[in-house]
Design a protein around this ligand. Sequence first.
Ligand code: AMP
Length: 111
Amino acid sequence: MTYDKENIFAKILKKEIPCESVFENEFILAFKDINPQAKTHILIIPKGEYLDLSDFLQKASALDISSFWKSVDEVLVILKLKDKGFQIKTHKGKEGGQEVFHFHLHLLSNN
Ligand code: AMP
């Protein structure tokens, strides 16, 4: 599978489709899931073009991978979730439940 530059998250990154952003820096965009499965349900996406977790880990530089995770930590601080419970999930492949083929994390919390 090749990366589709017209996928919905690519369009959100290009600001062609609106989103409810909670945090953005040069590495990531974090925004509210349109169909929340918990009190807090945020999607965290890298700005680079990666299909899924495997693609990201294979193709992104070590600096981009560490910057991505440091940025995830910033989202946890902003949402005041660091001292509370939360889940981070990612779907890989259609059989793994993935619907949008731009790598993303689901950040979920009912706290
Ligand atoms: P996944 O099954 O991991 O690919 O999840 C895709 C997620 O994207 C789902 O939880 C959808 O509710 C969410 N989603 C789809 N379109 C939008 C959108 N325009 N804005 C925010 N979330 C979206």
